[in-house]
Design a protein around this ligand. Structure first.
Ligand code: NAD
Length: 481
């Protein structure tokens, strides 16, 4: 088991490791202690330019595109194998730069391997159509890669989020320049190392860490990219879309959420409480699809809130490296934001049942698990994304009212239903405006199930077979004999 984080990490550009163009570095800190743990080369606009040029050369050489598709898939299996060899180090860096537990870090490696293997299996299954046009014609469609795919990844799950996009791009014959998040860049450098060891062609995958406003903006506005995959906040997403609009290039947008689950009166309360507790407190709520709102039938509201607070109180909060159940928030800015929004909730008249403030006596950015009850849908805490361990519980009386509350935010990422009545579950799922609906288990699904947003949560899909369609463009070939 690796026990030390390497002190310095370079960017991976065109198949080689490189310092930043101006030699400056970004300091990475441990959110559990606030102390520096490593430095990474600071990717500049010039570094992005070099990475895009390498990706363009690789794409134009057709080295990936002309391969039998299953050979592109084989490459991803090799990446997964080498990632396995790096699993201990990845788990460690996920603990130290991201605040996860070692177990969660290892689970992320396994999840990432699943993505790589799943898309490897799909590499030779993306088929076109033959369209009948009568005698003297042959017509067929091709799924062609866009070219250079620019990918921007958030800090909360960089490894699986980055790897699934890279896998989709590579098996469809695109090349990739990925900008890793400045707060937690380390695991993606280990993915780059796995790509290198696996023999992914030089330039097919470049990974550059840099600040969003500098390297990120340079990447999405680069004249030589053909496609953007962005995962992050709505506000940043809008500026990415403006850059894409200038060049009229397609985007997959995976944005924020304020996902809510409806709990009907007949739900299994013990299982619902366990599922809802995990849905909001896993990774301290720093997950785009966290179950941030619980919309609960008034007759069981107090009972369920009691069960959830009991379960939440049993969770140990502290550094992931020490095996605590819940780690820190990513940085001081985010901790301030979550705490401020909690104060707004109290001022708005919501009932603060537990938490509501940072944990005293710990050096890192630790927020107490927080539950607000009797929340009204028009309160800010019911509308704004916390991206922290804060659950808001809203009572309802009728199913129609529950649907209106669930759909009553700008977001549409995930939604849930807890009930024993399958007919009611279908009725509800049909009316929820969200890219995915979980019934009786938050985060039911897997790498095979399409994931993405409606409304302000974005468009396009990651995961599952649907994701591949976001990485190819259709060409129709009509032949007159
Ligand atoms: P963020 O938008 O601040 O940053 C995301 C990425 O964009 C980072 O790599 C950042 O460096 C980069 N960036 C910042 N400014 C940029 C610019 N002008 N041009 C290009 N890139 C720029 O988000 P965050 O705080 O890192 O992540 C949290 C947000 O991401 C939350 O809103 C969360 O819901 C969302 N998220 C969504 C999904 C999903 O799949 N829908 C997954 C994870 C996170």
């Amino acid at each position: 088991m690796a026990d030390k984080v390497r002190p310095y990490w370079q960017n991976y550009i065109g198949g080689a490791w490189a310092d930043g163009s101006d030699g400056t570095r970004i300091t990475v800190t441990d959110p559990a202690t606030g102390e520096p743990i490593a430095e990474v080369a600071r990717g500049t606009a010039a570094d992005i330019d070099r990475a895009v040029a390498a990706a363009r050369r690789c794409f134009d050489s057709r080295v990936l595109r002309d391969l039998r598709p299953h050979r592109r898939g084989d490459l991803m299996v090799e990446v997964a194998r080498h990632l396995g060899d790096l699993a201990d180090e990845i788990a460690l860096v996920e603990c130290r730069d991201n605040g996860k537990t070692l177990a969660a870090g290892r689970a992320e490696v396994a999840l990432t391997q699943r993505y790589l293997q799943y898309y490897s299996g799909l590499a030779d299954k993306l088929e076109g159509r033959q369209i009948p046009l009568g005698a003297d014609y042959l017509d067929y469609t091709l799924h062609e890669p866009y070219g250079v795919s620019a990918q921007i990844v958030p800090w909360n799950g960089p490894l699986p989020v980055g790897a699934r996009s890279i896998a989709c791009a590579i098996i469809t014959g695109n090349t990739v320049v990925l900008k890793s998040p400045e707060d937690s860049p380390l695991s993606l450098f280990l993915l780059a190392e796995a790509c290198h060891r696996a023999g992914v062609p030089a330039g097919a995958v470049s990974i550059v860490c840099g600040y969003g406003a500098e390297a990120g903006a340079a990447l999405v506005s680069h004249r030589d990219i053909d496609h953007i995959v962005f995962t992050g906040s709505v506000e940043t997403g809008k500026s990415v879309l403006r850059a894409a609009a200038e060049r009229v290039i397609p985007c997959v947008m995976e944005l924020g959420g304020k996902s809510g689950a409806i709990v009907y009166a007949d739900a299994d309360l013990e299982r619902t409480a366990a599922s809802a507790t995990r849905g909001i407190f896993h990774h301290a709520g720093q997950i785009c699809s966290a179950g941030a709102r619980l919309i609960v039938h008034r007759s069981i509201h107090d009972d369920l809130v009691g069960r959830i607070t009991e379960l939440a109180a049993k969770r140990s909060v502290g550094p992931g490296i020490e095996g605590c159940d819940m780690g820190p928030l990513i940085n001081a800015r985010q901790l301030d934001r979550v705490e401020t929004l909690c104060r707004v909730g109290v001022a708005e008249g919501a009932a603060l049942v537990m938490g509501g403030a940072r944990l005293p006596g710990l050096k890192g950015h630790f927020m107490a698990p927080t539950v607000f009850a009797d929340v009204r849908p028009d309160m800010r805490i019911a509308q704004d994304e916390f991206f922290g361990p804060v659950l808001v519980v809203l009572p309802f009386d009728t199913p129609e009212e529950a649907i209106a509350i669930a759909n009553g935010t700008d977001y549409g990422l995930a939604a849930g239903v807890y009930t024993r009545d399958l007919r009611l579950a279908h009725w509800t799922a049909d009316r929820l405006v969200a890219g995915q609906v979980y019934v009786n288990e938050w985060w039911a699904g897997g790498v095979e199930t399409p994931f993405g947003g409606m409304k302000r949560s974005g468009y396009g899909r990651e995961k599952g077979q649907e994701a591949l369609l976001g990485y190819v463009q259709t060409k129709n070939v009509a032949i007159r004999y």
